[in-house]
Design a protein around this ligand. Structure first.
Ligand code: PMT
Length: 224
């Protein structure tokens, strides 16, 4: 992105999948590699922002100039994000947060016994939704929506329900989109509907375009 476009701004990015413990050696997680969120963090630094990256476990190198806050569970991520919310002007939630966690975390390794085992899961708090409730007029909030069907409808529903300024929809069933790879296929939406539909491109290019749009919208909102 254009250097300096985010100068003086504090940007809070989340990335990766959360890890929800079952016992000392087992957990539930998802396919998020962290690439999308790390690319956003890297590009935001390039545009002059002070960037904090709250990330679930990821094999990726921390981009230069980015302050990493490593977390495991959705509850950890919530704490890390909400404690830094007040100081952030731009919040971007690319993380794949587990919707549910095991109701009980066993202190000892769960023993093999009966032929079937039922796990009870309980709902995690929705961090983005909480941010949407807490955000002030000076804060700009971007969510992501990972869908496998009815992308426009589900992305718009999440945008409104979670009170985001923008949402990035990716149809993760599409070739070259979503979890794990270096590319993504995304659509940006605001409260009025579709803003931009991007063809397949690298996650860094997606990050740059998203941040350019956010910077533009934030400047307009600030009356610059
Ligand atoms: O990490 P990569 O391998 O590069 O993959 C990128 C990605 C596919 C993970 C990314 O592009 C993406 O779509 N991230 C959001 C994934 C997701 O969990 O989407 P969702 O539709 O379940 O959640 C919607 C939004 O609410 C997201 O911004 C999510 O961070 C947020 N959320 C969800 C649940 C929850 N308990 N708390 C949240 O804050």
């Amino acid at each position: 992105g254009e250097p300096g476009r985010l100068a003086g701004k504090r940007v809070l990015v989340t990335a990766g999948g959360t890890v929800e413990r079952l016992d000392p050696v087992r957990y539930l997680t998802n396919d998020s590699s962290g690439k999308m969120g790390y690319a956003i963090a890297e590009e935001a630094v390039r545009m002059g922002a002070k960037v904090t990256l709250v990330s679930g476990p990821s094999a990726l190198a921390v981009p230069e100039g980015v302050q990493l806050v490593p977390v495991q569970s959705a509850l950890d991520m919530r704490e890390a994000v909400l404690s830094r919310l007040g100081e952030s002007q731009l919040i971007i939630k690319a993380a794949a947060v587990a919707d549910y966690r095991p109701a009980v975390v066993a202190e000892q390794k769960i023993k093999k016994k009966a032929d079937s085992l039922t796990l009870e899961l309980i709902k995690n708090p929705d961090i983005l939704q909480e941010i949407g409730t807490l955000k002030t007029k000076k804060q700009f909030v971007i969510g992501f929506a990972a869908e496998t069907e009815a992308l426009d409808e589900h992305a718009m529903d999440k945008l409104k329900r979670k009170n985001c300024d923008l949402i990035v929809g990716n149809d993760v069933s599409q070739e070259g989109a979503g979890f794990g790879g270096d590319t993504n296929v995304v659509r940006f939406y605001d409260q009025n509907g579709l803003v931009q539909a991007l063809p397949i491109q690298s996650k860094w290019d997606v990050a740059r375009k998203l941040l350019e749009l956010a910077a533009e919208r934030m400047a307009v909102a600030a009356g610059e």
